[in-house]
Each structure stands twice: as C-alpha cells, then as structure tokens.
Design a protein around this ligand. Structure first.
Ligand code: ADP
Ligand code: YYY
Length: 419
C-alpha cells in the first residue's frame, strides 16, 4: 500500500467503483474526484437514493484472512440487517488490471431510525474493515468520505470497462492452473482450517506424476453436467458396458472434508476442489494402465462452477471465448474424451423433484437461479484442450447410453475390446 499518512480514500481515488443493484441489470460505475462535478446524475441517484449510505470492505494484507473476513462480513451484515436497509454488492478495481478487484458491500439505509450507523459502528469495533460514507448535497451531487478522516471526494459516473470487473481476479483466486498454486492456498490455511493439513497429505501420498504418458493407456472418458443431468446413471451403465473402472472428482478420500471446505470462501473452496482433481488424476493414471476409466466430474466442473460463481450478473459478463481462463491446467492429466450431458431446465427440475435428495447449497441456488445455471453451462462449453462434446441427455437412460457408446465408437484412436 502507498504512503500511510495518505488517507485511505485518497489511495482509492485512481480506482473505479461498481455497485450491483441485482444480477439482471447493469451495475453502475463511478469514480472519485477532488474537483467539483457539475450536477446530479440520474443513474447514481437511482442506485444511491437519498438515505444514509455506507460502503464496507474487509481489510487485510494476506489473501486467506481477507477472503474469510469478507465472508464473515457478509454474514454479519445479512444477519443484522434492520428493516428499511438493503445490502448491495460493490467492488473497486482498476480497469482491465488483473487482480485489482476488491469486493465489498454497499449498505443503503432508508429507515427512519438510521439503523445502519449502529451496525457499522459495531462492525468497526469487531472487525478490520474500511468504511466510506456517502452524502448527497442539495444540488444532487454525492460526496464520499472515509469515516476515519474528514476529507471528502466528489462522486462522478464512470464508463463501463471493457472486461467485466468480476473477471479480473479469477486466475489463482477462483481457478488454479497448476497444482502448486492450489496447494499454496491450503498451506496458508493450515492455522485456521486444520483439515487443510490432512488434505495436503493426501495429495502428497498420491505420488503425482505430472502428465505421465498416456500413449499406452486405455481411454479415459469424463462425464460432465449440472446436477441431475444423469451423470451417475450414465457412468454406472458405461462402467458395465465397457468393463471400465469408475472414478470421480472429488475423490472418495476427500468426502469427509468436503462439507468443511464448502462453507469457506471461493479462494479456499476452489483450491480444495482443484487439488481433488490431482488426486483423481493419479488414480486415473494408475487404473488406465489396466482398463478404460470413466470419470464422474473432473476439471470442467471445477472451472465452470468457479467461473460462474466469480462472474456476477449475466452470461455476457463471462470472459470471452478463447480467453486464457478456459485453458486446461498445464500439469493435469488430460482425458481422451469429455462429454457434457445437457438437459432442458424443465426436465432437470423434474428429475430433481423426483429424486428429492439433499442438494448442496450451490445446487439449490441453481434451481432458483436460472442465470447462474446458464453461466455454468456456457463456461463448460468454452473450456478448451480438451473441449467437451455436448450430449442431448433429455431422452431415456437407454437412449442416452446408446448415443454415448456411438460417440465413443466414432472417436478416433479410442480402442475398446468388445465395442
Ligand atoms: N435419461 C434419463 N431420463 C430420465 N430420468 C433420468 C435419466 N437419467 C437419469 N435420470 C434420473 O434423474 C435423476 C438424476 O440422475 P443422476 O444420474 O443421479 O444425475 P447426476 O449424477 O447428474 O446428478 C435420477 O432420479 C435418475 O434416475
Ligand atoms: N471436480 C469437481 C466436482 C465438483 N465440484 C464442485 C462444483 C460445485 O460447487 C459442486 C457440485 O457438486 P455436487 O456434489 O452438487 O454434484 P453432484 O451431486 O456430484 O452432481 O462441486 C468441483 O468444483 N470440481
């Protein structure tokens, strides 16, 4: 960080701020200026309103404590939100500069009691946060100031950046492209999440051989898709039909740790799933010497869910086709074929309701969040080297199996006895 005597807000003056009203509409962008701005702005007014306003960001130099503080901050603000107040996602960033995104929250208070003030005061006593306040002058111009210092800046609208800001931090915060990068995250977690040590030991035990030669091995076929698209059903029948070994990612040895990491912020949660792929890769490498291998979820799932969670708003905000974000990790074993099961939203919901099992929180969100589901599906399709082949999984299980066996048969270089 720059000069400590400089106010925090002064340090943020070169940045752009984004406030999201909801997932479906465009966010507003603004910047801060030390010189007066001409008049009020309707877009800013529509979002900022006339009541009390605070922007709150979790502080911290190290990424793990900062990510966890952000999650705690969200919980605290959501739990204690008084009537008449609402919480919006906000972020500050440098346009098109990787890793410059800092996420926070915007607290809008239209209550008669100005209750947000009390909440913000409590937060500042308990946690390491930085708080900015926004006030509206009579001419409609907004002023922003740091609560720890009287200096104010004028709020002025800024143009939308070319790349959606939520894509700026994906590499090595949401998606990891080398085992060592995901490994480092869990190493940094050992003091606060003791289970990390056991996970890292399991990774080491696998004696991973990066990209070990697959030339001599049997085919490795990955089945991908959203929950309830029929992966379990298909992988079981493929196992039988091909005399194959069935594996999954995350692997069984991580099953007990999964609920623990599912409650953690994306940085930690996604590093855990990334490491799961490397453990599965070691199992695939061993088993594919003796038989074909079918894998239920692998890297495509890890990357697609991570990208869709990180990128806020609409599908158009996803990184463009061909972006480095969709590249396969350089040290992860590549399968021979990846099939993406695709079903219509109606059929998927019908299957989910018939199944009636517990779903992960994320999968429950998918059910109500059509936008998120579309982003996962689109991210799946954009991942490259290897890209997935989309399979229409709406028909009956037998029909889907026949279709997939046909695809496997037609794929060059895949040798199956009995097919
Ligand atoms: N092709 C299909 N047609 C109709 N129902 C299916 C089909 N494939 C699977 N199902 C049913 O849909 C539900 C979800 O299937 P499952 O294989 O568990 O999906 P996933 O493993 O992708 O979550 C199950 O109740 C299963 O019996
Ligand atoms: N290889 C994998 C597998 C799952 N994940 C993550 C992605 C989502 O957050 C969840 C989805 O898994 P979930 O258990 O709900 O899905 P299934 O029940 O296996 O169909 O796990 C992953 O990141 N990498």
């Amino acid at each position: 960080m720059a000069n400590r005597s400089m106010s925090r807000l002064t340090q943020w003056c070169s940045r752009i701020f984004m406030v999201e009203i909801n997932q479906k509409t465009e966010p507003i962008y603004f910047s801060l200026s030390s010189t007066p701005v001409s008049a009020g702005n309707k877009d800013l007014e529509a979002v900022l309103g006339n009541g009390k306003l605070f922007a709150v960001y979790a502080l911290g130099d190290a990424r793990v404590p900062r990510a966890r503080s952000h999650t705690h901050l969200k919980r605290a603000l959501t739990q204690d939100l008084p009537p008449g107040c609402d919480l919006l996602n906000t972020a500050s960033f440098l346009p098109d500069v990787k890793n410059s995104l800092v996420n926070g929250f915007f607290l809008r208070d239209n209550s008669v009691l100005s209750s947000s003030e009390r909440i913000v005061t409590q937060l500042r006593q308990k946690a390491s946060v930085c708080v900015f306040t926004y006030t509206r002058e009579q001419n409609g111009v907004y002023l922003c100031s740091d609560v720890t210092d009287d200096r104010s800046y004028y709020v002025t609208t800024a143009p939308a950046p070319l790349r959606h800001p939520s894509t700026l931090n994906i590499i090595n915060s949401d998606v990891f492209y080398q085992m060592k990068d995901a490994y480092k995250v869990l190493q940094e977690c050992i003091d606060v999440i003791p289970e990390s040590k056991a996970v890292l030991e399991l990774v080491e035990e696998q004696q991973l051989e990066p990209n070990s030669s697959q030339d001599e091995s049997f085919p490795i076929i990955v089945i991908e898709g959203l929950d309830a698209t029929g992966k379990t059903t298909l992988t079981f029948s493929l196992q039988k039909a091909l005399g194959a070994v069935l594996l999954k990612s995350p692997p069984q040895c991580l099953a007990d740790f999964r609920p623990r990491f599912d409650t953690e912020p994306p940085l930690i949660r996604r590093a855990f799933y990334a490491l799961g792929n490397y453990i599965t890769a070691a199992q695939i490498a061993r088993e594919s010497s003796y038989a074909p291998v079918i894998v239920d979820r692998y890297w495509h799932s890890t990357a697609a869910y991570a990208i869709a969670t990180a990128v806020s708003g609409r599908e158009e905000n996803l990184p463009a086709v061909g972006s480095e974000i969709y590249e396969w990790p350089c040290d992860l074993l590549r399968p021979s074929l990846v099939l993406l099961l695709s079903v219509s939203p109606e059929e998927r919901l019908r299957r989910l309701s018939h199944r009636g099992l517990d779903k992960t929180e994320e999968e429950s969100q998918l059910e109500i969040n059509h936008l998120f589901r579309r982003k996962v599906d689109e991210a799946y399709r954009r991942i490259q080297n290897p890209a997935c082949i989309v399979v229409d999984a709406n028909p009956s299980p037998d029909h889907v199996l026949k279709q997939v066996l046909g695809l496997i048969r037609n794929k060059n270089n895949l040798q199956f006895p009995g097919l």
